[in-house]
Design a protein around this ligand. Sequence first.
Ligand SMILES: *Cc1c(COP(=O)(O)O)cnc(C)c1O
Length: 437
Amino acid sequence: MSASLLQRSLSAVWHPCTQMKQHETLPLIAITRGEGPWLLAEGGQRYLDAVSSWWVNLFGHCNAHINQRLREQMETLEHVILAGFTHEPVVRLSEELAALTGHALGHAFYASDGASATEIALKMSVHYWRNCGRPAKTRFVSLAGSYHGETVGALAVTDIALFREAYAPLVRAAATVVSPDARAVESGESARNVAIRAAAALEAFLAEHHTETAALIVEPLVQCATGMAMYDPEYLRRARVLCDQYEVHLIADEIAVGCGRTGKFFAMEHSGTWPDFLCLSKGISGGYLPLSLVLTTDTVYQAFYADEVARGFLHSHSYTGNALACTAALATLEIFRDDDVLAANEQRARWLARAAEPIAAHPAVRHLRQQGMILAFDVDATPGFARRFHAHALAEGLLLRPIGNTVYWMPPYVLDEAQCAWLGARTLSALEKALAE
Ligand SMILES: *Cc1c(COP(=O)(O)O)cnc(C)c1O
């Protein structure tokens, strides 16, 4: 049965982010159950889901509380059109998220995936400036190495060479400015110095291009997809000031770093400032259902509020504000409150740091870094390291997918001390085997 399911998958399912031919040598894994941080495979193997199934799962698989809330919601209302209609879960979720921003961002617009949230923020920004009589502001600027999704509009602000090259003819590429990546420290410098230098480069860009620039889009504190590039929050403080000064929106893409990942609920909280647009997805539904949203300010909202249809925001998705997805998100926020998750994660992050100490001491390991529940390190290794490491990690019972030569942990918020230590030991073992091969 196992072989046939894998064969059927290979012939009928086109898997994401995958050169399908590689599955001639690396077999697919059929998962039959999820239990907390564990994935149970058809052959009986267990894998610790140390990447939260692409950064979405916060409280383990088959979480009893989210399951219960979804069952209740399913019996009353699964989905209803959100144009002209509303429902309790979408209203409550919007109110609770607004409250989490101290009502700085009190208006929520919904979609189903992260890339769509990026596109909504970009479109809203340009349309805002148009409504304000500034139609020339139609360009964007992002950080070197940025990742904001893979639809054609989101690719415009995504600076990943592989994607840029393949789809260049489709994309109206944004400008990029230097990243505040703390690995650029020179001797005697701190991460804050790097951030200040990068902010100076941003200022030079804005001084020249502000009349045609609608928005700066950033991944606050951690540029995840480029390889967990971490930076000092001083960059965000300065970017906020510069964006105000040059009348450019600040878009915070918190699709990966929101929902407690960096130690606070929103990564922007580390900077003490708010963006004009904040994108959320991935963890917001606890990893259960596709849901994304953009939070924005009253100033932006009011610029669209008018008699003319064309001044309104022209955007919709079929599943906008899906009642089940919003319920999963509400259940997720309940767990944050009831279990004081942010406080528990402080302890959990220390367990992860301790578990990584022997890894940091390995001679091939550089730049071991951590921001809350994300821990990463770079490896001096020969080409093909990521695939070799991934295969050895699976053999150790770990789901880990390095990005190039960067290995990272982004586990669900349920690991106990022993599981953190186990994760550390197995990662080191996979590392040694991948380097020896
Ligand atoms: C994953 C991700 C996206 C895209 O989300 P999808 O749901 O995959 O479209 C956008 N921005 C960031 C920072 C992400 O990590």
